[in-house]
Design a protein around this ligand. Structure first.
Ligand code: IMP
Ligand code: MG
Length: 182
């Protein structure tokens, strides 16, 4: 019983997350001040909580949209195969798009997304990721905004899952390897 028993250690507390998301929101507010047609695109499902908090930390008239991709199956490593499950509803032409991701790991997901979205005539596209895990990067992707650079561990909580669970943990924790047989 209880989610905490599967967590090895807390990486970021609720308070640390709140503070860093506020900073990211303030930075984006400053950088996009005066721009029209700003669109936040949340990459579901991992970024749903980050999106909710980040969007409220931005003091500009942004629009929001969602897309859903999968690359993991139920394992802890990227399969390299990215599949769009749900596309953005809006036509991106003329929008300043900010892709909101939970974590940038191998870079497969975002490199594929950038390739596709670049064809859609957006005015600009930037990436805002809550966490950046550079150790396992296989694609040359760099985030324009990154909340935390984290070590090579599998983390869950604040939206991030293992096998679709733990997303509702209010903090980010390192999952016990015994949970995924590591
Ligand atoms: P990438 O394509 O390898 O960069 O992986 C990006 C996606 O993998 C993220 O959007 C996450 O959903 C998932 N992911 C990568 N590392 C972790 C992790 O440590 N915990 C949970 N999900 C992860
Ligand atoms: Mg994900």
């Amino acid at each position: 019983m209880g989610l905490a028993k599967d967590i090895e250690s807390v990486l970021y507390t609720e308070e640390q997350l709140r503070q860093r998301v506020e900073e990211l929101g303030a930075q984006i507010t400053k950088d996009y001040e005066g721009k029209e047609n700003i669109l936040l695109v949340s990459v579901l499902r991992g970024s749903y909580i980050f999106m909710a908090d980040l969007s409220r930390a931005i003091d500009l008239p942004v629009k929001i949209d969602f897309m859903s991709v999968s690359s993991y199956g139920s394992g802890t490593k990227s399969s390299g195969q990215v599949e769009i499950k749900k596309d953005i509803s809006l036509n991106l032409e003329g929008y300043h798009v900010i892709i909101v991701e939970d974590i940038l790991d191998s870079g497969n997901t975002l490199s594929y997304l950038m390739e596709i979205l670049k064809l859609r005539k957006a005015s600009s596209i930037r990436i805002c990721t809550l966490m950046d895990k550079p150790a396992r990067r296989v694609r040359p992707i760099v985030a324009d905004y990154a909340g935390f650079t984290i070590p090579d561990a599998f983390v869950v909580g604040y939206g991030l899952d293992y096998d679709q669970k733990y997303r509702n943990l209010p903090y980010v924790g390192i999952l016990k390897p015994s949970v995924y047989g590591g």
